[in-house]
Design a protein around this ligand. Structure first.
Ligand SMILES: [Zn+2]
Length: 79
């Protein structure tokens, strides 16, 4: 298992996610983001708006995702 925080994944807080694959951790962070948005959390709202701007350009989005995937791959495993 590897650990990344909400912030590391384009979010706004220090909540930690644990997963074995990048896909899994991206999904966890997405679900956490949605929950925070439902609560009306302003910090996550701002982070989401930034991500939305990024998503408008698929090439930028892909680059961002690849960068995060490399970051994830470079992490050391923790049990
Ligand atoms: Zn968060």
């Amino acid at each position: 298992m590897k650990t990344m925080t909400c912030k590391m994944l384009g979010g706004a807080c220090d909540e930690e996610f644990h997963a074995a694959t990048f896909e899994e951790i991206a999904d966890l962070s997405k679900r956490h983001g949605m929950r925070m948005l439902q609560k009306g959390d302003q910090m996550h709202l701002d982070a989401m708006n930034k991500m939305r701007a990024l998503m408008e350009n698929p090439e930028d989005m892909n680059q961002w995702l690849e960068g995060k995937r490399k970051e994830f791959d470079a992490l050391s495993e923790s049990s």
